[in-house]
Design a protein around this ligand. Structure first.
Ligand code: FMN
Length: 400
C-alpha cells in the first residue's frame, strides 16, 4: 500500500481493502473500505495514530519502514475496535519503547479485547496535549461516536483532525483527498446511517468540539480525507438535524403476492398525493440502502404477510435493525395480509418502539386485497399526507 504525504512530516500509511464486501458480518461494503493510519513526525518524537485491521498489519510495518521509522514513541489509539487497533499487539512487540496513548475507557477495552498490558498505556483526558517537537497533538474525547471510548486527535500546527470513525466512509479509493464529493457523499451518508445514526446526540457534541478548532483537514479512519472540511461538515449538519423529508420508506416482503399488491397500490397512492416513496423488496435489497433512506424518511411503513403467527422473519429483522439505528422517523405503520390470525402488527409496533414515532392505523387484511382493502390504503395515504403537511407547517413556524 502506498505511503502518501498529507502535509510536511505527516503521512497516511494505512491500508486500502478493495475487496471487502461485508463488514462486521453485518454491513455491506459494496465499494470496499480503508483502514487509515497516520504518522506524525516531530523534531523530537514520532507518533503513529491508529493502526490497521490485523489482516493488513504487514503492510503497515512495511510503510513504517518506507518512511524510515525505526522507533515509535507513541501509538495513539482513538478507538479500540479491531479494524483500527487490531495491529497493536504486533506493534507493541516490534516497538518495545512505544507508549500507547488512549483515554481511560479505551485502555480498559484494549486490555479486554487485545490483551494490551495496562502499563504500556498512558491515559489522556479531554484537552490533554503531547508535544512531539513542533507538532502538538491534542486529544478530544468523543464518547459514543461509535463506541464509549472513542476519541479524536487534533494536530494543532497543521490544523489536521484525525477524526476516527466520525466523518468516515466505507470507500476504497486511490484518492487521498476527496475530489468527487457526489460519489463520496453517498458512501459517507450510508456510513452515517449505519454507524453514527444511533448516536446522533453524541455526534452533535463532537461536532461542537470540532467547530471550536481551526480544522483545515479532516482525516477519518475510513475512506478519503477532506482538505475542504466544509463538504462533510455541511452534510453532517443536515444528517444530525431533526429534519425529515416528505418521504415514505416502504420495506416489504411477500410470498404469494397479496402484500406485494398492497405495496404497489400504496406506492401509487402516495405518488398521486405528491409524497416521495421508496419501496424496497426485502428479499432483494441491501440493508445499507434502506438505512440511508431512513435518514430522510418522515414515515416508515413495513409491509409483511403473517408467517407462523408473526411477521415474516425478513420483515422482523428489518424492523429490528431500523429500530436499533434510531432514525428520526416521525410516523410508522404496518400493512400486509394474513390467512387466519397472529400477532404481526403488535410484534412490529413493539419492535419499532425505540423510534418514539406515532403509529398510524395499520391496514392489515385477510387474503388478497379487495376493493375495500384498497380503499383503506387510500385512507392511509391521506393520513400520511396530513401528517407530513403538519410537520412542514410546524417546521415553517419554527423557522419563522
Ligand atoms: C409458511 C407460511 C406460514 C403461514 N403462517 C400463517 C400464520 O401463522 N397466520 C396466518 O394468519 N397466516 C399464515 N400464513 C398465510 C399467509 O399469511 C397468507 O397466505 C397471506 O395472504 C400471504 O401473503 P403474501 O401473498 O403477501 O405472501 C402462512 C403462510 C405461509 C406460506
Amino acid at each position: 500500500m502506498a505511503v502518501r504525504t498529507i502535509s510536511p512530516d505527516v503521512y497516511s500509511i494505512g491500508a486500502i481493502d478493495w475487496n471487502l464486501r461485508l463488514f462486521d458480518a453485518l454491513i455491506g461494503t459494496p465499494e470496499g473500505t480503508s483502514y487509515n493510519a497516520f504518522v506524525v513526525k516531530g523534531t523530537g518524537k514520532t507518533a503513529l495514530i491508529d493502526t490497521v485491521d490485523p489482516a493488513f498489519e504487514e503492510s503497515l510495518l512495511k510503510n513504517l519502514m518506507r518512511i524510515g521509522i525505526s522507533s515509535l514513541d507513541y501509538i495513539v489509539i482513538n478507538h479500540a475496535e479491531q479494524d483500527h487497533a487490531g495491529s497493536l499487539p504486533l506493534l507493541l512487540d516490534m516497538f518495545p519503547g512505544a507508549t500507547v496513548v488512549a483515554d481511560e475507557k479505551c485502555r480498559d477495552l484494549l486490555g479486554r479485547l487485545l490483551d494490551v498490558p495496562e502499563d504500556r498505556v498512558t491515559v489522556v483526558k479531554d484537552g490533554d496535549t503531547i508535544d512531539l517537537g513542533g507538532k502538538t497533538l491534542e486529544f478530544i474525547v468523543a464518547p459514543w461516536v461509535h463506541w464509549p471510548e472513542t476519541m479524536m486527535t487534533y494536530l494543532k500546527e497543521d490544523g489536521i483532525l484525525f477524526s476516527c470513525d466520525l466523518f468516515g466512509s466505507h470507500l476504497a479509493t486511490s484518492e487521498l483527498f476527496v475530489r468527487d464529493f457526489t460519489k463520496v457523499e453517498r458512501m459517507a451518508k450510508r456510513y452515517f446511517a449505519e454507524i453514527m445514526m444511533p448516536f446522533r446526540s453524541s455526534v452533535l457534541a463532537a461536532m461542537q468540539k470540532v467547530a471550536e478548532r481551526d480544522v483545515r483537514i479532516i482525516a477519518p479512519s475510513h475512506g478519503p480525507l477532506y482538505d475542504d472540511p466544509s463538504l462533510i461538515l455541511d452534510v453532517y449538519a443536515e444528517w444530525t438535524s431533526d429534519t425529515v423529508k416528505n418521504l415514505v420508506l416502504l420495506p416489504y416482503v411477500s410470498m404469494h403476492g397479496s402484500t406485494a399488491k398492497m405495496v404497489s397500490y400504496l406506492t401509487d397512492a402516495l405518488i398521486e398525493r405528491g409524497i416521495e416513496v421508496q419501496p424496497y423488496d426485502l428479499s432483494k435489497s441491501d440493508l445499507g440502502d434502506i438505512a440511508m433512506t431512513t435518514l430522510d424518511a418522515a414515515t416508515i411503513v413495513i409491509a409483511t404477510p403473517t408467517v407462523l403467527f408473526g411477521p415474516h422473519p425478513v420483515a422482523l429483522n428489518a424492523a429490528y435493525i431500523l429500530s436499533a439505528l434510531r432514525p428520526k422517523t416521525k410516523f410508522i405503520s404496518v400493512i400486509g395480509s394474513f390467512g387466519w390470525g397472529g400477532k404481526t402488527v403488535q410484534t412490529l409496533v413493539d419492535t419499532l418502539s425505540h423510534l418514539s414515532a406515532e403509529v398510524i392505523d395499520p391496514v392489515y387484511i385477510r387474503g388478497y386485497p379487495t376493493g375495500e382493502d384498497l380503499a383503506a390504503l387510500n385512507v392511509l395515504a391521506d393520513t400520511i399526507l396530513k401528517k407530513h403537511e403538519g410537520l412542514l407547517t410546524r417546521s415553517q413556524e419554527g423557522s419563522g
